[in-house]
Design a protein around this ligand. Structure first.
Ligand code: XIL
Length: 460
């Protein structure tokens, strides 16, 4: 049974109701109906111990029994196989999830993992076949050891990913650590890892309230509207001109709007000093830099909780209208999509929201997709996660060319930002491993993405 057929058989209507876990941060504050049908995937039982050692063993109720080594190698080797294997192998699996494992370590906490059945590295291939520019991923290079992890690097370099977003290294604190002193060393390391692989780069981000240097947040002389505007414009101009068309796009302003009240401007050094005009100034400076250097780079507004219609999405829509009305360049809106399993807007909601932006004459992209769970995961929450990944990717496919691509916010739980940001939550990415420099195991969430990219969208 495929993810699509899980949905098509009505389990959405018949399942249990998940309780909302809205915490005011990245997530979706709604209750949705979930399915507990998790029987189509092979399973792995991972046991971790407090001593730091861990054991992973695999078993499967299907005829495709797997071992640790074969599953791991399947996630890293093999050719780009196209996309038909996912649903066929999923449907050939039997309907019982059963796995056992033993460990001699004390204080172990076993978790059962639904495994993907897809092989090869078809995600970006399938995305392009579906008319998208990419299926991409964030990469936290340099700084996390990702690039030095051979398993992470092999997967990153595979045809699963046609785009990369620097998770941190192009942010203000790294690129302008002192006033008008620009440091592109780390960003160049990122780009040297990515360029030559054929991947496009979403450059991220120019103006945000976080990851700012202290000379911005704690100035020796208080900012005035004029002095901070000048600093803002100088930063934007320098980065856009320096990186040029090595960036497919720039997230010019990130997360300007608040959740409380939804759609108001968030209080931060930019807004508190300059007012809402800071967003216009940033886009205007970027527009001028694009013109000055005759660049093709696209300019984006990027935010979370704008993935469904509501006051925050309306505020972003109004911003698009305002910038266009002023003759300032804005090409797209990034829908971050940091979701919580079971609290994710459904496919129709995401499509309606995407269409609202597209109708204003901009593209949309899913820019930071991950779907986190309360730890430890269980088969029900993992199955929900598969469906949630499916719905977001399927919405991007179904809405047509206006949704240009899907980027996950890293693909490996080992390097995910989630556990450090949302205590008690994790398991948000498409792969897991036993630690750095350990083989990756592909989760069923991977199949959710692949089936959305390859399946008939209307049947969901
Ligand atoms: C996150 C990074 O992943 C973390 O490593 C960092 O500590 C904080 O920022 N929205 C965004 C991203 O636009 O820049 C954030 O990235 C996640 C939320």
């Amino acid at each position: 049974m495929s993810v699509r057929s899980i949905i098509a058989t009505g389990l959405l209507a018949a399942g249990a109701v998940a309780s909302p876990q809205w915490g005011g941060g990245w997530g979706y504050p709604k209750t949705v109906t979930v399915t507990s049908d998790h029987t189509v995937y092979k399973t792995v039982t991972k046991t971790g111990s407090c001593s730091g050692s861990s054991v992973t063993s695999f078993s499967s109720s299907s005829s495709h029994s797997s071992s640790a080594s074969t599953s791991a190698s399947a996630s890293k080797s093999g050719s780009s196989s196209g996309s038909s294997s996912a649903s066929s192998s999923a449907s050939s699996s039997t309907s019982t999830v059963a796995t056992t494992t033993t460990t001699s370590a004390s204080n172990t906490v076993p978790t059962t993992t639904l495994l993907a059945t897809a092989t090869g590295h078809p995600l970006d291939v399938a995305a392009k076949a579906a008319g998208k520019l990419w299926f991409g991923t964030a990469a936290d290079i340099p700084g996390t050891g990702e690039a030095q992890d051979p398993y992470w690097a092999a997967e990153f370099n595979s045809t699963d990913f046609g785009e990369a977003t620097p998770a941190n290294i192009m942010k203000f604190v790294f690129t302008e650590p002192e006033p008008n002193v620009f440091n592109y060393t780390g960003a160049e390391q990122f780009l040297s890892f990515v360029e030559g692989t054929g991947k496009l780069v979403r450059c991220h981000n120019l103006i945000w309230q976080s990851e700012l240097p202290t000379w911005i947040t704690n100035p020796t002389v208080n900012w005035t509207n004029a002095t901070l505007t000048a600093a803002l414009r100088n930063h934007v101009t320098n980065l856009v001109e320096y990186f040029g068309d090595r960036c497919y796009s720039w997230d010019v302003v990130n997360e300007a709007f608040s959740d409380n009240p939804a759609g108001a401007y968030a209080s931060n050094v930019w807004f508190d000093t300059i007012g809402p005009a800071y967003v216009v100034e940033a886009f205007d400076a970027a527009t001028q830099a694009v013109k000055a250097k005759n660049l093709a780079v696209k300019l984006y507004y990027n935010d979370y909780n704008i993935e469904y219609l509501g006051n925050k999405s309306y505020a972003a829509q109004n911003l698009v209208t305002e910038l266009k009305g002023r003759g300032i360049q804005i090409d797209g809106v990034g829908l971050e999509s940091h979701f919580i399993a079971g609290e994710t807007p459904d496919k129709a909601s995401q499509m309606a929201n995407m269409q609202a932006f597209i109708n204003l004459g901009v593209d949309v992209a899913i820019t930071e997709l991950d779907v986190r769970l309360n730890l430890p995961p269980n088969a029900t929450t993992e199955a929900q996660q598969v469906l949630d990944y499916y719905n977001s990717v399927a919405a991007c496919v179904a809405v047509g060319d206006g949704c240009i691509g899907v980027t996950v916010w890293d693909f490996d739980d080992e390097y995910s930002w989630v556990p450090g940001t949302f205590p008690g939550q994790g398991y948000a990415d498409l792969f897991l491993s036993n630690g750095p420099n350990e083989p990756l195991t592909r989760k069923a969430a991977y199949d959710g993405c692949l089936q959305a990219l390859t399946g008939a969208p209307e049947s969901a």
